[in-house]
Design a protein around this ligand. Structure first.
Ligand code: PRP
Length: 182
């Protein structure tokens, strides 16, 4: 399988920003416990690196959602594929998301988790595509603002669900965007 792409954010740049964010969060949550909630599937790699850069007591719970499936355009219908198992009442929740595009997914997640009456709730996002936003979402921190391109790598999938294991974040060339690998 081959894809044509341009590197948008290198593994080195990602690492630096993730470590800086980890240090900020260590200071912010000093003396507190945090329940980190990576949103499956795209955020698993970002979260794995981020929690290792956080020097506070961390629990990890996973939330699974799907809104795109095999499509490059959001269906607008967010489906919960996995819920958390740990009570979140009065806890500091840190949502870790790979990308905010329309904002529909994160808005859905924030509303869902807010209903469980946490002590605090913040969202940290690796990639922000503000040009595509259709709903406002509260973002504590975004690491990279990117143009409206189909990006894959560092956890984000591409055609056929592949390419999450690329260490860089890359933009697929236009001729690749609608192809699906077998
Ligand atoms: C992607 C991404 C976000 C969402 C962002 O999920 O991981 O959760 O889309 O898009 P939005 O802001 O337009 O709602 P996807 O459905 O591709 O699932 P995945 O994380 O399993 O790859």
């Amino acid at each position: 399988m081959n894809i044509k792409y341009d590197v948008l954010v290198s593994a080195q740049e990602i690492s630096e920003k993730v470590n800086t964010l980890g240090a900020e969060l260590t200071e912010l949550y000093s003396g507190e416990e945090v329940v980190v909630i990576p949103i499956l599937r795209g955020a698993f790699m970002f979260a794995a690196d981020l929690i290792r850069a956080m020097d506070v007591p961390v629990r990890v719970e996973f939330l699974g959602v799907a809104s795109y499936g095999e499509e490059t355009v959001s269906s607008g219908e967010v489906r919960l594929t996995l819920d958390t198992s740990f009570p979140l009442h009065d806890k500091n929740i840190l949502i870790v998301e790979d990308i905010v595009d329309t904002g529909l997914t994160l808005a859905y997640i924030q509303k869902l988790l807010q209903s469980r009456k946490p002590k605090s709730i913040r969202s940290v996002v690796l990639l922000d595509k503000p040009s595509r936003r259709t709903v406002e979402v509260d973002l504590h921190r975004t690491l990279f603002t990117i143009p409206d391109k189909f990006v894959v790598g560092y956890g984000l999938d591409g055609p056929g669900g592949f390419w999450r294991n690329l260490p860089d974040i890359v933009a697929l060339r236009e001729e690749m965007e609608n192809t699906h690998s077998e």
